[in-house]
Design a protein around this ligand. Structure first.
Ligand code: ADP
Length: 476
């Protein structure tokens, strides 16, 4: 059974269940109809005997009897006569009725079996059974009452198989029709199952093709439909689409990363080659080493940034979320970073107290540090940075504003992408991954990030998180 195809299994079970069902109903039908038939035969027997019961009369002499009565028979009995009316039917539908005296001597009527008169005692108003050869008979007796009728018995006999020939015919017919019907249902079932399971073949062939040709652009095409298999195909197609996008992103990332690494590598190699080509002055060597140190520093930052980014994006590291005091964390970072003495920029903070949040404190610190670092990096001489954290019942809003160089409108969307730098010459130690990492952190916490900026005037980065109602949020 394990080796059979689903198609064969379903057909097999369907056919077996059908066969059992048909056989079961057939047996029930036969036994019920047989019971009904037997009861009808017995009822018929009683009715026929009862009908004949009143058709026998006794006359001491024939003076009072109407001898001209049509077809009535007069039989000499004891000292008088018995009149058997013409309504006495000794055979109706193979039910035989006969008149007997006390010694079981047949007086009038017909008896289909010899045993009846020799072996079976009379029993008034009761059905008895007797076997003659292979046939079973029902017997019904009535003791006659009335003047002169004492000692007379009326006996009805009918074979239990009477009327069964019709049933046998139905039985024979059904023995031909049922297997035919069964065959038809099995073949029909097989065809339907085959047709229904056809999409599975299409699904597995597409999946196999993807595996064989390494082509995630393949899609399962089942045509229109809304059944479970179409839903399954849609789910597969969605998964293929997501996998394709993920691979595409990965390919792009590798290509971007190698591109980014190539520049410092080329500079380092050029510096080494130039220094080794001919003896240099100590100052020239020192200068070359400084360039190499700067570029290798950039490479190391790039590699670390890329690692951070891929870990976050792929979710390979499990970052726990737990409730922490967001206000305290933001205030501490703001006060630490306010100590940076860069271009005379000052930093102030407007932080609402007691904001609790369920998230990863380490990642959220990194987010805030990235935003403040950028505000310093792209800030103006003697500029200012403002860090704000506010919350209401619906959301927590974190913002970092500067009055620095600003961002051109066409760059404002792109800066959240990997390695994008609006003006690399001003990026200093920046590697173009800070905002991409920030966006991943925000997404990890179910929030959103956006920027409002005017070139030459400054930029404000807004980060919004949905408030967690389970956290103890203190209103200001
Ligand atoms: P980088 O390491 O280059 O700073 P980021 O991903 O942090 O990389 O930022 C991407 C680019 O967005 C930066 O190169 C810069 O052009 C722009 N940018 C980010 N923050 C600011 C800001 N506060 N003011 C002006 N430009 C900014």
């Amino acid at each position: 059974m394990k080796r059979l195809s689903i198609r064969a299994k379903i057909t097999f079970w369907f056919t077996a269940a059908l066969l059992l069902m048909v056989l079961f109903s057939y047996v029930i039908l036969l036994s019920v109809s047989n019971q009904i038939l037997q009861k009808t035969i017995r009822d018929n027997l009683i009715e026929t005997v009862e009908n004949n019961y009143n058709e026998v009369r006794y006359y001491p002499n024939l003076d009072n009897a109407d001898q001209n009565k049509d077809a009535s028979r007069f039989l000499a009995f004891e000292k008088g006569y018995l009149e058997v009316d013409s309504d006495f039917l000794h055979e109706v539908n193979q039910v035989y009725t006969a008149l007997y005296d006390e010694d079981q001597t047949l007086i009038y009527g017909e008896n289909p079996i010899s045993k009846v008169s020799t072996e079976l005692d009379f029993a008034d108003s009761r059905i008895q059974r007797i076997k003659d050869g292979r046939e079973l008979y029902y017997i019904f007796d009535r003791k006659l009452t009335g003047e002169g009728l004492e000692g007379l018995w009326m006996r009805g006999v009918v074979a239990s198989t009477q009327g069964t020939s019709q049933m046998n015919r139905i039985l024979q017919l059904s023995l031909i029709i049922l297997p035919l019907f069964f065959l038809l249902a099995s073949v029909g079932g097989y065809v339907v199952v085959r047709h229904t399971l056809k999409p599975i073949r299409e699904i597995s062939e597409t999946a196999a093709k993807i595996g064989r040709e390494n082509d995630l652009k393949q899609r399962i095409r089942l045509g229109s439909g809304k059944d479970e298999l179409h839903q399954l195909a849609d789910t597969f197609n969605d998964t293929f689409e997501k996998l394709d996008q993920a691979f595409e992103t990965q390919r792009q990332f590798i290509s971007d990363a190698s591109h980014e690494l190539r520049t410092p590598m080329t500079v380092i190699r050029a510096q080494c080659e130039a220094a080794l080509e001919q003896p240099q002055t100590p100052e020239a060597y020192e200068k070359a080493l400084q360039v190499i140190q700067r570029q290798s520093g950039k490479m190391s930052r790039l590699i670390n940034g890329m690692l951070d980014f891929t870990r976050l994006e792929a979710g390979t590291e499990k970052y726990q979320k737990e409730a922490f005091n967001f206000s305290a964390m933001a205030a501490s970072i703001a006060s630490d970073m306010a100590l940076i003495k860069d271009k005379g920029i000052t930093l102030s903070a407007d932080i609402q107290e007691g904001i609790a949040f369920c998230g990863n404190a380490e990642l959220l610190s990194r987010l805030l540090i990235n935003l403040i670092s950028n505000a310093y990096r792209y800030g103006k001489e003697n500029g200012h940075i403002l860090v704000c954290l506010q919350a209401n019942e619906q959301e927590i809003l974190l913002s970092v504003a500067d009055n620095g160089i600003g961002i051109a409108p066409e760059d404002q969307e792109k800066i959240f992408g990997r390695f994008y730098q609006a003006d690399p010459s001003r990026a200093g130690e920046g590697i173009g991954l800070g905002l991409a990492i920030a966006a991943e952190i925000v997404q990890f916490h179910g929030g959103s990030i956006r920027v409002e900026s005017m070139p030459g005037k400054g930029s404000t980065f807004y980060v919004m998180f949905p408030s967690d109602p389970s956290q103890d949020f203190k209103k200001p």
